[in-house]
Write a protein that binds this ligand. Sequence first.
Ligand code: ZN
Length: 508
Amino acid sequence: MDTPDMDTNERFAALRKILAEVGDLGSAAGLLSWDQETYMPKGGLEGRAAVLSTLAGLAHDAFTGDQVGDLLAGLEEASRAGELSDEQIALVGETRRDYDRSVRLPASLVKQLVEARSRALPAWQQARAESDFARFRPHLELLLDLKRQEAQAIGYRQAPFDALLDQYEAGARQSDLEILFRDLQRELQPFVRAILDSGITVDTMPVRQSFDEERQKAFSAEVVRAMGFDFEAGRIDRATHPFCSGIHAGDVRLTWRSQKDDLRPAFFGIVHEAGHGLYEQGLSREWQKTPLGEPASLGVHESQSRLWENLVARGRPFWQYSLPLLKRHFPELQDDIDAERIYRAVNEVRPSLIRVEADELTYNLHIVLRFELECRLFAGELAAADLPEAWNQKMVELLGIRPDSDAGGVLQDIHWSMGAFGYFPTYTLGNLYAAQLFEAAERALGELAPAISRGEFEPLREWLREQVHVHGRRFKPRALIERATGEAPGQAAFMRYVRRKFGEIYEL
Ligand code: ZN
């Protein structure tokens, strides 16, 4: 392609054509990955890995060729000359970000990472099954080494760890998160302590009894349909882990799992994933297959799922709406189970060893722990060999409980076996953003409880769509939250929310 002769419009069209091809390859890979987790027979594993690797290679080659570099350079010149719209400037800026990241990583390092990950994953699975950290340790050490090299290759301003954080949460820095998480911990830990000392226990029986699993799904699907999840543009299938896979805005796949004797995993899992799904369905069609048609960050993505799961579906007004629905699906439920009893049952606070089973409050202490250990690992202050003990000590310090095995401690999460360092903070960022967004929505729309208690979710959903979904990556996460809520990301709105809610339940 002879880009010097092109005018700005032609350059844009040429760039969008390449981005569209890369996006299509990504969609194909996304669908194949979804299939792998849902319907693919076991024997397909090796063949599928090869197909995914080929697709990833094609996408990488198409994106990192000279064409994209030349087109970006020409468009950046046009931007300096004031020829581009705000949206075009954002599109060029975000594409530049992705491009630099891709071309700065040497092919040999990418290959080493892929290989290290593919060996680390089964090693982690076995280590966890045997509760034996030593088996996983050499793989972890190799991944840490490779990710340090990755950080050096990509570049950073302050800490090497920033380069890794940035790929999940654009612009996030270790030093900022240290302050944010310290402030959060300082308020959250004594609050959890006060709850435990209150002597009040929550009766979880209403949600822990026998519930037919297909009817759990039917009930949950009815709720997410009311939330506005569009089943003409999405579906729900069974998998071992719940997740949301946006093939594109018109095809969003949710997965679910269930437990016969507990309503919570299936129901809150589906509502959570549908929160992610609404974001995917609400992305801009106009800018699809460009960064402006992609979610802003993992933290912002998680804010959408947590907002629906926690601020909406673990709220009292929500159960006033959904209890009659629940009783229609489960007529055998006792008459004395009312909305108030369910509301309390789904808001039990209890420190536990496993992050994914944690309540809304202690969950964030699990994240504080992981973030601190990751920072120390990358700063060279902590050796992988000392990780299990450091983990256990920190659990005692933060949650007052000590894991009695590696499986129930340092080996519980899959993330590190995938080399995903810097990922965990996005979960808590999601919780904090969610509380800020909900407050801001109520400032704009008035108190939401009356509408929610009637099952009317449209005002909230449309507000989120306007403030968050349609912008894609047009704004950096921090700017997006500031723009939508009028304040920088922080812990204050979250603490106001949990103090009000749990303060009442636990009579503090
Ligand atoms: Zn999520």
